[in-house]
Design a protein. Structure first.
Ligand code: AMP
Length: 422
């Protein structure tokens, strides 16, 4: 299928081809015609599937056909500031040949420039729920003309506790409107939300529920808790990784790890919810332009980040919620590129790993890096009553210092064991 078979206007096709897209992704091929028919959509599609263009292009077309408005006619709600900024950027890109105006509002930055922008007139508004409600309560936004509502990454919005905010926002919208709900997973809460607010939606599922991106090679490296950072530095240096996104469970852990990596001579920065919006934007910009090679992030901060050409994702800590594993590794292997997702798993995380296997419906292959012990994970393991996973080799040897001549970190297809010489 080609983009010009989807019934899109020439202005939009020009923008799409300027972006270098030749064929629509599956979610685009299925969603665009349905949205153009003005039907509600419930789409199971995770970040990296091209879902933003799947809703942005038909929305731009629908609004472009009826001229410009003063108050927003399309509203896109996203869980995080970064995703809001990214979706807005995409809308600007795809709509660059139309006269439509868009704006983005999120917290952590001054409200006055947003008020000015809204006052000047906006057709498409992208927002995080909290800041949108601030605008609504100050009457600096009028939502009574919204014809199309998009809930982007709705599962994450619910995880983050936005359900009450969403309900308050929905009350401010006209009852007659088109609703598009995108979610990576179909939890019971998502079903309840969909049943309550969508009218006879077209169900679009492009990847099996919780299925990890097929282009991502997944590997587990068993390692002692206190040796994780050393192993990570080794992998980054030995593999000569130019761009890696590393996940930690806590904000504090993200800060600490990025500092430790820097002391190992690796250019790193951290992104998490305790940082100011300006610091988060800078960290992401530095990473995207290659000024730093390693971005250490918590789940919420990294949610929805669209980073081109990200070949490596590392789970420094496994996520507490197994579904987050799927979101995390979805950062790599995007738009059909190959990616590698490595998980550094200590003994106390075996229970979390089993939950992930259950969600994936398969086990992740294990590769040992010789000399890295799994024996010293803190009490977590005992608390959880875990034992070491079946088939995983114990290696309690004391480690020799790392040698830069060690090899193997690049060949995931064949090698089962990495060696460290020295
Ligand atoms: P998304 O899932 O919307 O975050 O998009 C993931 C990435 O895929 C973004 O970097 C888009 O620029 C890219 N993308 C979206 N649609 C296409 C397409 N049809 N062909 C190639 N790349 C695309």
């Amino acid at each position: 299928m080609k983009f010009d078979e989807l019934g899109l206007q020439a202005e939009l096709l020009r923008a799409v081809s300027a972006e270098g897209y030749t064929t629509p992704t599956p979610v685009q091929a299925r969603t665009i015609p349905v949205v153009l028919q003005r039907r509600d959509v419930l789409a199971g599609a995770q970040t990296g599937t091209g879902k933003t263009a799947a809703f942005a292009l038909p929305i731009l077309q629908i609004l472009n056909a009826t001229g410009r408005g003063r108050h927003p006619r399309a509203l896109v709600l996203t869980p995080t500031r970064e995703l809001a900024a990214q979706v807005h950027e995409s809308i600007r890109t795809y709509g660059c040949n139309t006269p439509l105006r868009s704006a983005v509002v999120f917290g952590g930055v001054g409200i006055n420039p947003q008020i000015d922008k809204l006052r000047r007139g906006v057709d498409i508004l992208v927002a995080t729920p909290g800041r949108l409600l601030d605008h609504a309560s100050q009457r600096t936004v009028n939502l009574s003309k919204v014809e199309i509502l998009v809930l982007d990454e709705a599962d994450r919005m619910l995880d983050m506790g936005f359900i009450y905010d969403i309900k308050r926002i929905l009350k401010l919208l006209p009852i007659r409107r088109q609703n598009l709900l995108f979610s990576a997973t179909y939890s019971d809460e998502i079903k309840t939300l969909a049943n309550g607010y969508l009218k006879n939606p077209e169900l679009i599922e492009v990847a099996r529920r919780n299925k990890a991106a097929e282009t991502v090679t997944q590997v587990v490296h068993p390692v002692g808790h206190s040796h994780k950072r050393e192993l990570l530095s080794h992998l980054i240096k030995d593999g000569n990784w130019g761009r890696v996104l590393v996940f930690t469970r806590t904000k504090h852990g993200a800060n600490r790890l990025s500092k430790q990596l820097m002391s190992d001579g690796i250019s790193a920065t951290a992104i998490h919810g305790n940082k100011s919006q300006a610091a988060r934007t800078k960290a992401l910009a530095d990473f995207k332009k290659g000024a730093v090679s390693t971005l250490v992030a918590t789940d919420i901060a990294a949610r929805g980040l669209d980073i081109d050409h990200l070949p490596h994702v590392v789970n420094f800590d496994l996520p507490n919620v197994a579904e987050d594993y799927v979101h995390r590794i979805g950062r790599t292997g995007r738009a059909g590129e190959d990616g590698v997702a490595l998980s550094l798993v200590c003994k106390g995380e075996q229970g979390l790993l089993r939950n992930i296997h259950r969600v994936l419906r398969h086990d992740i292959p294990v590769q040992h890096v010789e000399g890295f012990s799994q024996s010293d994970c803190p009490a977590e393991g005992h608390r959880m009553g875990q034992r070491q996973g079946g088939g995983q080799r114990r290696n309690n040897t004391r480690k020799p210092p790392l040698s830069s001549s060690s090899r193997g970190a690049r060949n995931y297809g064949e090698k089962r064991t990495y060696r460290r010489s020295g």
